[in-house]
Ligand binder design. Structure first.
Ligand SMILES: Cc1ncc(COP(=O)(O)O)c(C=O)c1O
Length: 444
């Protein structure tokens, strides 16, 4: 059969990859397979499997870091909980863009927000005896579950697709009322579905977190990137929505990777509510030498994990945050492009017979952002991943994300600049023609 990417070469590479099922491959495995096909064919691929920023890091961050490096801070250990001026700017950032007050003491950098997530699970799950499980509101970022497994934590999860709005309350309560949960985790905007919880939903989560004394681990990896609203002006409404408006039991995990295009620097931010930071548990001491939550976090978990974050990197983030908080740098201006791309790409897919899987925020169409989800009638997600390889398009199946929508794929827009839209359009036009009679290339 004639497919946009040479059928025989794709088939050969799939065979050589040794993957039992291409559609079940991890992001990195799929990435390698696509690279090999590109190398063998010389054809361009539409790369939608990796959630990696597509822009350069901000100059102000780069220059601030270089300056620090030249000053020689690289020879000195940084404080575990961050250099004081960075802690202040993180606290200011949260005030300016979320209108939430968190003391600088409770704000600190982490090695990517990934480390922040890890620490948050580590410490919250040991806060109280008997409360040891994490509840993931899925779909979600698979690595968080890897983290839970790595430290032997039990967890439960559910796909929120059928539990939006008021329905969320009963669903959450069915888990939390067991008394076994230490924390609830979700990302907002959501990786992979780009669902954004509304204030009513955040209020439900917050209210129940207080009622059952569980900590909400709010992963803001895509901070401010719901482009339906302009969150870019410091100190002005609208503010980035957060559960922090509805409970004192929260830990905010803010990534620099996507909103600031600094993924390679591995620096993120954690902000713990002052109430929680200054609270005590009854089960922290055996693990972290103190029952004081904040102390256990910094001198127990952070010390043990990496003893802080690379010193020069902290100066880079400090320079960027200061400019952002002072209104001198608009961090969302560049990344807004992702939303513009998603809008066009979704239309191209829909026009070719695809459907958007997570299509709504309750009664509003889902926002255009860094990811969107797609399916094609008659295909499971894993089949579709493999089928699209023959059309030079790589994306991951939703199966690994805790989604119940096994027909779906996650598509990331960051590596598809506008110039590639005609290629995508042409390949999907071909896909539609080839599949009009129910043919599946993978079965040939
Ligand atoms: C939901 C979510 N959380 C955390 C991360 C990791 O962020 P960082 O690069 O800051 O470690 C990502 C990155 O893709 C993500 O999608």
């Amino acid at each position: 059969m004639k497919t946009p990417i040479d059928f025989n070469i794709v088939r050969k590479n799939i065979k050589e990859s040794g993957l039992e099922k291409v559609g079940m491959a991890s992001i990195r495995e799929l990435n390698r397979l696509a690279n090999n096909i590109v190398e063998d064919t010389g054809d361009q691929f539409i790369r939608m499997e990796m959630g990696v920023p597509g822009f350069n890091p901000p100059v102000i961050a780069v220059e601030s870091e270089i300056e620090a490096l030249k000053k020689g801070v690289g020879s000195k250990y940084p404080p575990f909980d961050g250099i004081p001026q960075l802690k202040s700017e993180i606290s200011r950032f949260i005030k300016k863009f979320m209108n939430i007050d968190v003391d600088k003491v409770s704000c600190f950098p982490t090695v990517g927000s990934m480390q922040g997530c890890y620490m948050a699970m580590m410490v919250t799950s040991r806060r109280f005896k008997g409360k040891h499980k994490v509840l993931f509101i899925d779909p979600g970022f698979p690595v968080n579950k890897k983290q839970a497994k790595a430290i032997g934590l039990q967890y439960d999860q559910f796909d929120v697709y059928n539990f939006r709005g008021n329905k969320l309350e009963e669903k959450l309560e069915s888990y939390l009322s067991t008394g076994e949960f230490s924390s609830i985790m979700y990302s907002n905007p959501n990786n992979p579905s780009w669902i954004c919880f509304n204030d009513k939903e955040l209020e439900i989560i917050g209210k129940l977190a207080t009622k059952y004394d569980v900590v909400v681990l709010e992963d803001l990896a895509y901070f401010g990137m719901d482009f339906r609203k302009d969150y870019s002006v410091p100190g002005q409404e609208p503010y980035v929505p957060s559960v922090a408006n509805y409970t004192e039991n929260y830990i905010l995990l803010i990534s620099s990777s996507k909103s600031f295009s600094m993924a390679g620097q591995r620096i993120g931010m954690t902000a713990i509510s002052d109430h929680l930071f200054n609270s005590e548990g009854d089960n922290l001491k055996p693990y972290f030498d103190s029952n004081k939550f904040g102390y256990a976090y910094i001198f127990g978990a952070m010390y043990a994990l990496s003893s802080g974050v690379s010193h020069t990197n902290q100066y880079g983030l400090h320079g960027l945050l200061k400019a952002t908080n002072d209104g001198k740098y608009n961090f969302l201006e560049v990344v807004r492009e992702y939303g513009e791309r998603a809008k066009v790409m979704k239309k191209i897919f829909i026009d070719s017979g695809f459907e958007i899987v997570y299509d709504k925020d309750i009664d509003e169409p889902i926002a255009d952002g860094f990811y969107f989800t797609i399916s094609y009638p008659g295909f499971t997600g894993t089949e579709l991943v493999e089928e699209l390889m023959y059309y030079g398009i790589s994306a991951i199946s939703l199966s690994s994300t805790g989604s119940d929508r096994h027909e779906g794929l996650r598509a990331c827009v960051s590596f598809t600049p506008k110039e590639l839209f005609p290629v995508l359009e042409e390949r999907l036009r071909q896909f539609k023609i080839d599949h009009s009679d129910g043919t599946k290339v993978i079965n040939l």
